[in-house]
Design a protein around this ligand. Structure first.
Ligand SMILES: [Zn+2]
Length: 387
């Protein structure tokens, strides 16, 4: 509480410094000093009552009350923050801008408290009325994403475009993909196709859209189209190979044409994406067609440390079934190793996780998470934490 009071007093001090009117303004009123003392004595509720009374009667700068409210919010004392902001709103002499600030601040309190409906309606109100609606639109779209209200989120993104002039095509295309996936799950392929078309209109080259469309095509018996779509994803976004290799393998196996998969992946072996092919083979538990086995062997023998760990000479000497069993055992060990470390990483904020997700749970960016394609060798050298 001492830190809280000091922070509040400092915010107030800064506020005066910035405005440079410290000499014209009266010193802290008696009421504030008493409130501050109560805060320092850990009598938070009494201090709150005093401040709330002052909001109604005191002509002091409202900024101080706002600072106090956001201080309570930052400390997680949301009931107190809400009371402060509600009492600011009850003042009859608020300017329009002050009213919008108070509504926004109250929205932030509700958001932190998990009262999404209330927060949503306040941010909507501010977005419609405020001179600068951008911050409120940003909060609103975050809430709608959380609630899975994708169609409403599309509308808000388009509003954001008008206000900021920045295109919002990537999130809009992903909202359409979310709706397409939902339609597929509900057994509505026509609706799914409609949403995929809208996704494509928002963002022409969207690997996620192609992956969903391929799944739909496969469901409808059009394996050739599914294959074409997924092949294009491999060429445009090889980092997504671990997500789609099982589908490609299934489609090729059904046509008894694993050679097509070999031909698709082989060009990657001579590029920087070669370790990604080996990684996909390891995580998807696939060593057929030969290109996958070759990528794995190149990975195992290309690095001295890894080669000594997996007994590369034994691998070089073995042939036929014995070699195959040896490779499967090595790939299995590496797969268990991969599962012990963080498998996915966000390119925007560095968030690590175990699951593939199209939206980063930390920074909320879309399409920034990909497989790490690394072997977390340190996890075998460090003892697991004791429970
Ligand atoms: Zn992120």
């Amino acid at each position: 509480m001492v830190a809280a009071a000091a922070g509040w007093a400092y915010a107030r001090f800064l506020d005066r410094q910035v405005r440079g009117r410290s000499e014209e303004e009266p010193p802290l009123s008696q009421g504030y000093l008493r409130g501050l003392n109560l805060l320092l004595d850990d009598e938070t509720d009494k201090a709150l009552e005093m401040f709330v009374r002052m909001i109604a009667t005191d002509d002091e700068a409202l900024d101080t009350h706002f600072a106090l409210g956001s201080l309570f919010r930052r400390r997680g004392e949301l009931d107190r923050a809400i009371r402060i902001h509600q009492n600011i709103l009850a003042r009859p002499d608020l300017s329009t801008a002050q009213r919008h600030s108070a509504l926004f601040a109250l929205g932030e309190d509700y958001l932190r408290a998990g009262l999404m409906d209330r927060a949503e309606s306040l941010f909507r109100q501010v977005a419609e009325q405020a001179e600068d609606p951008e911050p409120a639109l940003g909060r609103l779209v975050g809430i709608l994403e959380n609630l899975g209200e994708w169609e409403q989120a599309i509308t808000v993104r388009r509003e954001m475009e008008k206000v900021s002039g920045e295109r919002q095509d990537v999130p809009v295309a992903h909202y359409c993909c979310e709706l397409a996936e939902r339609a597929l799950t509900n057994g509505e392929p026509r609706a799914a196709r409609g949403w995929l078309k809208k996704a494509q209109r928002a963002r022409r080259a969207l690997p996620r859209g192609a992956i969903i469309r391929a799944r739909l095509a496969e469901q409808e018996g059009d394996g050739a189209l599914a294959w074409r779509l997924l092949s294009e994803v491999v060429r445009s976004s090889p980092a997504l190979l671990p997500e789609i290799l099982p589908d490609l393998h299934r489609l090729a196996a059904r046509r008894e044409d694993l050679a097509a998969l070999d031909a698709l992946l082989r060009p990657l072996l001579s590029t920087a994406d070669a370790p990604g092919v080996a990684y996909a083979a390891i995580t998807c538990d696939l060593l057929d067609p030969p290109v996958l086995e070759e990528a794995l062997v190149a990975l195992l023998t290309g690095d001295d440390t890894l080669a000594s760990l997996v007994d590369a000479p034994a691998l070089a000497e073995a042939s036929g079934e014995a070699r195959r069993q040896l490779l499967e055992r090595m790939a299995g060990g590496l797969r268990r190793l991969v599962q012990r470390g963080p498998r996915y990483r966000c390119g925007a904020c560095g968030h690590h996780g175990q699951r593939m997700s199209w939206q980063c749970p930390d920074c909320r960016s879309w399409d920034t998470i990909r497989a790490t394609a690394t072997l977390p060798l340190e996890t075998v050298l460090v003892a697991p934490p004791r429970r």
